[in-house]
Design a protein around this ligand. Structure first.
Ligand SMILES: O=C(O)C(=O)C[C@]1(C(=O)O)C=C[C@@H](O)C=C1
Length: 301
């Protein structure tokens, strides 16, 4: 049985994602994303499930930082969950003066809180389920939690189906120590971190390598390197798999321009096939390479 670390405690959205990605495996909650990733790095877990990106609030910065620092980890699978919340309180409790949740969750229910609990102070907690634990322990009056949290904690629902934006979604990754890559499917996502030098046009130079090969980006984020003020790392996700000739060509070009960290190539949860521009398919790259090979052997010109 695989040992799967996940961003917990029990009752987080991430636990649901871990169950979807690793059904029947041995799941262990960790209090922070960093600790879940560390468990994989230390060998205490075979893989970790962590949130990466929400359709309303964008990336989860602790996950980006956790993946770019420390020993390399690569994503081998992803899943996307619909996100709406339940607001939980202690049974029979009265006035709600504090309402706790993960900052990403609070940001997704800001309008709801302003309308329905205008006098309550929002308080950040380490996860939506940690907020529910805090309510049980009397630290807060209410928690904005995943609907499944009610199955784990002795709380009651003040409201369900809470979300400022309908159809919000969060994408989660399963990450492991580097090893065999999942096979290409034609609907894959590759993730890299590019540490580019601070000079005019650096980012544009990197993006041109991808755009020039007809490779469609699915996300780009910048995070500070945390060592030199004003220096950033770029987290770039794009369509395709590193085993494809067109992606190999792009990755080698990028590697010449900057320091790269590979964060994985894996099937997309939404199964959207890669956009292939005219003349930029894998066969086009193979044909071009075959022509150069023939030239080198003196068989073509
Ligand atoms: O706290 C949780 O339940 C999580 O799994 C984290 C998280 C996030 O980091 O975005 C996951 C999904 C929701 O968007 C809110 C919180």
């Amino acid at each position: 049985m695989l040992r799967i670390a996940y961003f917990g405690p029990q009752g987080t959205f991430t636990e649901q994602a871990a169950r979807a990605l690793a059904p029947g495996e041995d799941l262990t909650p960790y209090e922070t994303v960093r600790l879940a990733l560390q468990a994989v790095r230390d060998g205490a877990a075979d893989a970790a499930c962590v949130p990466i990106e929400n359709s309303v609030e964008g990336v989860v910065p602790t996950t980006l930082d956790g993946l770019s620092d420390g020993d390399p980890l690569v994503a081998t699978a992803e899943t996307i969950l619909p996100i709406h919340f339940s607001v939980l309180k202690r049974p029979g409790s009265g006035e709600i003066r504090t309402v706790a949740s993960h900052p990403h969750a609070l940001a997704q229910v800001r309008e709801w809180l302003e309308t329905n609990l205008p006098d309550a102070t929002p308080v950040a907690s380490s996860s939506t389920a940690a907020a529910a634990v805090g309510v049980v322990e009397g630290d807060f009056d209410a928690a904005v939690s995943a609907p499944v949290a009610i199955e784990h904690y002795p709380l009651e629902e003040l409201a369900t189906g809470v979300a400022d934006v309908r159809d919000a979604q969060t994408r989660f990754l399963m990450v492991r120590r580097p090893g065999e890559l999942p096979a290409p499917t034609g609907a894959d996502r590759t993730s890299i971190v590019a540490a580019a030098v601070n000079r005019t046009g650096t980012l544009s130079d990197l993006l041109v390598e991808l755009a020039g090969r007809g490779i469609n980006l699915t996300r780009i984020d910048a995070r500070p390197t945390r060592s030199n003020f004003g220096e950033y790392r770029f987290f770039i996700d794009f369509e395709g798999h590193v085993a494809e000739p067109r992606i190999i060509d792009a990755m080698t070009a990028l590697r010449r321009r900057c320091h790269l960290r590979f964060l994985g190539s894996h099937p997309r949860a939404d199964e959207v096939a890669a956009t292939i521009e005219e003349g930029a398919g894998n066969q086009d790259f193979l044909d071009a390479q075959a022509w150069v090979d023939a030239v080198l052997k003196g068989e073509g010109a």
